[in-house]
Write a protein that binds this ligand. Sequence first.
Ligand code: SF4
Length: 348
Amino acid sequence: MKERLTGKNLEELQAVVAETGLPRFAASQIAQWLYVKRVDSIDAMTNISKAGREALKERYEAGVTKYSMSRTSADGTKKYLFPAGADIQEAGMVEAVMIPDGDRRTLCVSSQSGCRMGCRFCMTGRQGFHGNLAAADIISQFISIDEGADLTNAVFMGMGEPLDNYDNVSRAIEILTAPWGFAWSPKRITLSTIGVIPVLRRYMEESRCHLAVSLHTPFREERLSIMPVEKAYPIEDVVDLVRQYDFSGQRRVSFEYTMFAGFNDDKRHADALVRLLKGLECRVNLIRFHRIPDFPYTTSSDAVMDAFRDRLNRSGIVSTIRASRGEDIMAACGMLAGQHRQRERHSQ
Ligand code: SF4
């Protein structure tokens, strides 16, 4: 199997050209073909000599993963399915969701096939873990979708826990933000995590991108009942770590709070959330829950969500209710890929 050029940073491309006998500046040219012009073949890199391209092709390919299917919602949200990556044993699909909103085109990116974190309310967690996406597979989600050239923002909020595959995710972020890559400002990117503390510390130190933390309840026992990660990394410790960083400038932190009727949506929860986040420059996003099988809770009503939001806002915690997008195409994390996987199993 040939090695993929997509997913390599400039330093690695310099090693590739040195080994292939090309001039050093060819590395920047290749980076430009891959990440600015977004070509999917070495033959298309026409400012590299024909002999040079032939030499490259002996060991390498451009290596962009193409999507295998897409679905568009009535509200314009578009979900793409990708094969789960060349390095992943069990065949499966990962999702990327493009969400248009005014002038913005945000891509919700997957970082793993399945997930090992086992959150009980999540379809991806239900599928178990199949493998880490390579940086090439993550970057391919940006390159190969129809709106690739028009994307304005990215959220690492798709399938998988990005901090459980941080080497590949940080490489993808490097490619997205480097001047030789996509040249995006870090403030166009948000990484969402359930709070894997040691890697979160690394992310906070190494990156200037935004952070979103999946919180879902301020109470330890309750959180433990729906999110096994709470055992190793309690949410209080996660918030303590977040407090060590500065969010008064361009960098932002938000907390994701999915609302489950009768579980985490009353005054007691709102007040505990205020105590937990007091003094931290942050925002709380309240999220409607898309019901999944074998999980006892449904989403909170609109009236309850409004009251919860208002209580947080009155206490000085900026809070908004996130609009649901793409419900008709099952845009909630993992749902379409999960359905695809089930169909494959049934047809085997
Ligand atoms: Fe994994 Fe995120 Fe789903 Fe939890 S919510 S199982 S971390 S994908």
